[in-house]
Design a protein around this ligand. Structure first.
Ligand SMILES: *[C@@H]1O[C@H](CO)[C@@H](O)[C@H](O)[C@H]1NC(C)=O
Ligand SMILES: *[C@@H]1O[C@H](CO)[C@@H](O)[C@H](O)[C@H]1NC(C)=O
Ligand SMILES: *[C@@H]1O[C@H](CO)[C@@H](O)[C@H](O)[C@H]1NC(C)=O
Ligand SMILES: *[C@@H]1O[C@H](CO)[C@@H](O)[C@H](O)[C@H]1NC(C)=O
Ligand SMILES: *[C@@H]1O[C@H](CO)[C@@H](O)[C@H](O)[C@H]1NC(C)=O
Length: 389
């Protein structure tokens, strides 16, 4: 038997034995820790531009002379150091394209603390990332080449999909447990585009034009093709997971989280549960409802949809079994409120402790970290628990 160019059977078997464990590790770059936890840091709306010469928005007048993009960098470094997350998720408007003469440099500088930390990180785009000389496609392509990122341009075998930066990540169970080769937590990333269809595929020659499109047509929406891909992927993952349901005594499929930039209209539903966190501005989503919420709720595995975009909203509220969460604005070169600290969302997922060691996911909790003197943690809450599933 000949394999490849010049391997005989014995050589091929030896090579396979060498590559097998490497292959398994490469397939599961994310996994729960030995203490049964997995922590995600969400960074929303950095609006990074040129570093120290980029001014801050909505800080006190007395703070303006000493404030720049470097404050955003410092906040990111501080949060990574204190939280030591297992994954950092940037939920769009990572750079503020209009102000970026060199978008590749802005992107590299914006993500630099994540790259330096050696912690895996993932990105989706917002509506401002492509407002420079780099097209939306190229921003995502470039981002996916940066060190330690798990961001992907788009899924393989789904060339029908619209947008750039739609992908999923799997988080393996604790090493040494019965779930070590299974994805016990699934993460979906979707591109919510920029402005409504009239202008979604073009680059804006001037900031003014994009602003006109936004006002006239509103924001873009998550397309049917993206929802179809998510539903197919979710179904496949649930089937794979539940294949050993009896042996592993599983009642429900592995939970999932979805990340997006622009909130769907349901974030403003009158049926929302009591909000944990605040709403200080309207929900500025698309002017049509593309059905994303019903797709996510219908998928059954998705327990929370986590977005950015509206910087001074930072609430989570539940609607028909799905938690809808804002991150709250992180970046200083982005609108905010002077005196209302820039913030980040932290999501902590815990495994179930069984008599045979770590089991499937038991609970999903969240809180926020403020960039204030005490680095205050607020709004601790439970998003999902296996008991209630
Ligand atoms: C800030 O830096 C960028 C990139 O180096 C440069 O293009 C821009 O002109 C600078 N702006 C100011 C106000 O100095
Ligand atoms: C920005 O960083 C500078 C330098 O560390 C600091 O003096 C200033 O207080 C920070 N500004 C804000 C608004 O956090
Ligand atoms: C996981 O896969 C590895 C490599 O194939 C294997 O050695 C191990 O027994 C598997 N663990 C479980 C719980 O199936
Ligand atoms: C949100 O809902 C409230 C009523 O619950 C309504 O007054 C407001 O216009 C809505 N805002 C947006 C942006 O949809
Ligand atoms: C920080 O904590 C100290 C000690 O608890 C408290 O006195 C102070 O008011 C806090 N500062 C802020 C900005 O919350």
């Amino acid at each position: 038997m000949k394999v490849g160019c010049s391997l005989n059977f014995v050589e091929a078997v030896v090579l396979c034995l060498i590559l097998l464990p490497i292959g398994i590790l490469a397939d599961m770059p994310l996994r729960f820790r030995k203490d049964g936890t997995f922590k995600i840091l969400q960074v929303a709306d950095m609006h990074y531009a040129n570093g120290k010469n980029t001014t801050c928005e909505d800080v006190f007048l007395s703070e303006e002379p000493y404030c720049s993009d470097l404050n955003t960098t410092a906040f990111l470094e501080r949060t990574i150091l204190a939280e030591n997350p297992d994954l950092i998720v940037f939920t769009g408007d990572n750079i503020y394209g209009f102000d970026c003469p060199n978008p590749k440099k802005s992107l590299s500088d914006a993500f630099a603390p994540a790259i330096a930390s050696n912690i895996p990180w993932a990105v989706i785009m917002g509506n401002h990332d492509d407002e420079s000389s780099l097209s939306r496609e190229d921003v995502m392509k470039y981002t996916a080449t940066l060190k330690n990122t798990l961001s992907k341009f788009n899924p393989e075998n789904a060339d029908y999909i619209e947008g750039f930066g739609n992908y999923n990540l799997e988080v393996g169970g604790a090493e040494g447990s019965k779930f070590e080769n299974k994805s016990v937590l699934n993460l979906y990333f979707l591109d919510s585009g920029n402005y409504a269809d009239c202008c979604a595929d073009r680059d804006f020659p001037s900031p003014g034009l994009s602003e006109v499109h936004r006002i006239v047509y509103g924001y873009n929406w998550v397309k049917n093709s993206q929802q179809f891909w998510l539903l197919q992927t979710s179904k496949r993952l649930q089937q794979e997971y539940m294949a050993d349901a009896e042996a592993l005594k599983l009642r429900v499929a592995a939970p999932a989280l979805a990340f997006l930039h622009i909130p769907p209209p349901e974030f403003n539903s009158s049926m929302l549960s009591k909000k944990v966190g605040v709403q200080q501005e309207g929900v500025s989503g698309p002017s049509v409802n593309s059905g994303l919420f019903t797709s996510l709720a219908g998928a059954k595995d998705v327990k929370a949809l986590i977005v950015g975009h509206d910087h001074i909203n930072d609430y989570c509220a539940e609607l028909f079994g799905l938690q809808l969460c804002y991150g709250g604005g992180f970046g200083y070169h982005a609108y905010g409120l002077a005196g209302w600290a820039r913030r980040a969302r932290v999501v902590v997922v815990n495994l179930d402790k069984t008599e045979n060691g770590w089991g499937p996911v038991q609970s999903i909790k969240t809180r926020k970290r403020l960039d204030d003197a005490n680095f205050t943690a607020i709004d601790d809450q439970l998003l999902w628990d296996l008991e209630y599933a």
